[in-house]
Design a protein around this ligand. Structure first.
Ligand SMILES: [Zn+2]
Length: 253
């Protein structure tokens, strides 16, 4: 038993040595396009997460045809995440990073570049590494096809690291994120009803070990409208900062 424990500690130590100590201060330009959609620029490479824009009544001022993308990361297959992914991928030639089932579906929509992954897997891209992590949620595509497992992403780059929760319930798996990877900041869903609400997202922030949280998946529909000042205060009370960006807002992390 002690041997197993020692081996675990050694693995954690090794991971910290290789992944954490050479990490630089995070400096990424982030644009919020509404709901769970963020554009993130890393060393001049544009990552786009869950682009749901034309179907989002709150994002009518966003011109989806000007959004840059080299990679489109899709957490799961629901319409409020897949949204405009096909259109943007066809226009930009971006590579889709998602579950095997979703990349296969994208292929059938005529999208030529994709990288299939599954939970627990990690891959090195030119902007950094992507690890697909567990999310507790469902995943089907707009035509009813099976979308594989819903996922979150852990991204490590030379400019910093972050966790993107996707849609998920609070889950003990989040503790692994602080134990093993310690990202600089986290995007957490917190609109409640379909995902974590503010109360659970506060616990998630603790479990993933991040001080700086960006909220997502709030206000888009009646089911997920939140009180901004109460949410911000709730995070402040535990010594963390919660950013609830305005749609179209550009900020740095
Ligand atoms: Zn959703």
């Amino acid at each position: 038993m002690d041997d197993v424990k020692n081996k675990e500690l050694l693995i954690v130590y090794f991971l910290h040595q290789t992944h954490i100590w050479d990490k630089k201060e995070a400096h990424m330009k982030i644009t919020y396009f509404g709901h769970a959609c963020f554009g993130i620029e890393v060393s001049g490479i544009h990552l786009l997460f869950d682009p749901f824009i034309s179907g989002n009544p709150l994002a009518s001022q966003i011109e989806k045809n000007t959004i840059p993308a080299d990679y489109i990361l899709l957490s799961h297959g629901h319409g409020d995440h897949i949204g405009d992914a096909v259109d943007i991928a066809l226009r930009t030639g971006a590579k889709i990073i998602s579950s095997y089932e979703i990349t296969d579906w994208m292929k059938r929509q005529g999208v030529s570049k994709h990288h299939p992954m599954n939970i627990g897997g990690k891959w090195a891209f030119d902007f950094g590494t992507v690890k697909m992590v567990a999310a507790v949620h469902s995943s089907s595509l707009p035509d009813g096809s099976y979308g594989g497992c819903a996922a979150g992403f852990l991204i490590e780059t030379a400019e910093g690291s972050f966790y993107y929760s996707g849609d998920t319930a609070l889950t003990q798996d989040m503790k692994l994120i602080s134990e093993l990877w310690r990202p600089d900041f986290a995007f957490l869903c917190l609109g409640d009803n379909f995902t974590m609400g503010v109360e659970d997202a506060r616990i998630a922030a603790e479990w993933v070990g991040c001080q700086r949280i960006i909220g997502m998946h709030f206000d888009t529909f009646g089911y997920i409208v939140i009180n901004h000042s109460e949410a911000t205060k709730a995070f402040e009370q535990q010594g963390k900062s919660l950013k609830l960006p305005a749609i179209g807002e550009i900020f740095e992390m």
